[in-house]
Design a protein around this ligand. Sequence first.
Ligand code: SF4
Length: 680
Amino acid sequence: MPHVDTHCPYCALQCGMRLDGTRVSPRAFPVNAGGLCQKGWTAGELLRTGDRLRTPLLRRDGVLRPVGWDEALDFVAGRLAGLRREHGAGAVAVFGGGGLTNEKAYLLGKFARVALGTPNIDYNGRFCMSSAAAAGIRAFGLDRGLPFPVTDLAGADVVLLAGANPAETMPPFLQHLRGADLIVVDPRRTPTAEQASLHLAPAPGTDLALALGILHAVVAEGYLDKSYVDTRTGGFDEAWRIAAAWWPERVERVTGVAAADQRRAAELLAGAGNAYVLTARGAEQHATGTDTVGAWINLALSLGLPGRSGSGYGCLTGQGNGQGGREHGQKADQLPGYRKIDDPVARAHVAGVWGVAPESLPGPGRSAVELLDSLGRDGGPKALLVFGSNVVVSAPSASSVQERLSTLDLLVVADFVLSETAALADVVFPVTQWAEEDGTLTNLEGRILLRCKALDPPPGARTDLELIHGLASRLGQPAERFPADAETVFDELRVASKGGLADYSGISYARLRSGEALHWPVPAEEHAGTPRMFLDRFAHSDGRARFAAVDHSGPAEPPSAEFPLQATTGRVLQHYQSGAQTRRIPELNVVVPEVFVEVHPDTAARSGLSDGERAVVRSRRGETFARVRCVASMRPDLVFLPFHFPGKARANLLTNPVLDPTSRMPEFKVCAVSLAKADA
Ligand code: SF4
């Protein structure tokens, strides 16, 4: 094939790249302007990885053995039908992923609710973006990661990044921040924090208190944009009643961030001509994640930033289709178009598109962690179908997840390699990967991108859409109800999304192929899209944004005598999510080949450890073995582990599955741990 212009298979920036065979080169595209990170540069190697699955695998006598597609599809459909007959439709569950294309996310949601009739579908985006989504909807009536194009950030004077480390997670993004003073909120001195004018390092789990302290300083120092607050927002008085009790000196005692630095942050933001507040996983992955993001939004609102040209608030989404993945129905509580599943009008519209009765659609299902925890229990699902996710590495309290999977009657995994989760399955389907199929993704700025097929998949691999089509047909569904062609699915998605918050009805493959920059909503074919939102009004019925009345409560699991330290988890430059892809790229893996635990030298010494030694990190849920990396800038009360590694190196053996009550996101970012020599 000739070269194909496409997009990176990894993160939500969705950098533009050119593929010539499997050779990658960067191309000019607004979000990356010709830049790529190491993951992007090496993405072509993923297409040549030596351990591609080329045939379905079926477990017999405890061993996964190659079988044909028909045999595997017949087997799975037969088992699903049997379990549904015996235990009801809820006996089958589906787990999706934030990297799946819009078409896959849409068809998977429809497959679960129509072909399986189960409410039990959720996805791994619940782990990484649901708190920002919940906070955004509460504040603005609508959630779109960045409600403005990334390129607008180039005009910023000051940008506050709360819990975001783009220098490692999406390096080309930083070029848009070159002209700005950065205020970075992160308990670690990350590569992003290194570039900051002001680095605020709160104690883990106290970010919400820090946001309250800066808001207090904004009001006390006279920086409040009263005219904006009066005309464009509601709820300030209730929010301020709480924030008034969090003056900077009190916040300093809780967070460890100097009161003077809190006031400096307020001064920098207020003095900027153009300013932005951006949040990411560090703010979200808490048992109070929705309120923590809400506190940062409150700060932005107090300064009149959201909906002001050249300023704003936004969330840096994480996974490649983190935004689109949550809009089209693979979330337990939503239908396509970002509609609520318990809204009768939404149900009637979507049921009409799907050709079924509204009352036949199941209601809300269990969220991701609750779904995984219910597997094999009384009344819980007995079969799980996993698409685009590696939950035994990426879910919190990973050993519990693995134990729940072992109780299932049937575990089915679709993947292009034998991931750690696929290795546990009863049936594995070999599917295509990014450059071997057509599909759309929605990047962090709500721009819909067409990723075209650039080369043929290996013989034996099929697309997820073909897999869903094959299963649905065997479950008695009309073949045309589950098309296997991506453009046909997208055309149906357009109709299903029409009138919803995320309205794609005016977008077509033809428009995307022509290079149009289409940011949703795009409610008609002649509509040019909506790159900037909220300039005139917010999406609540009165057009106003809402302050959230939020208060600090701290992490769910404070340190104790047995577990005196706190652990936080995150990503490194060379790896992506569970590492199933990047651990297969030699140039990346050679740089970071194993898990490490970053720790202050004094903390290491107190545990009898020095740099390079093997340590065991323990929490109430398990233990992880990691190589010590002494870092002088670390807080002495904190350790950090990347979560990309399998087996006993899984950081998620430690993490706390306690959930945010609104978003149902687990608290990946802080749990109590101990540190010792590995042989102790
Ligand atoms: Fe890919 Fe993200 Fe790196 Fe860009 S920043 S090359 S999209 S991983």
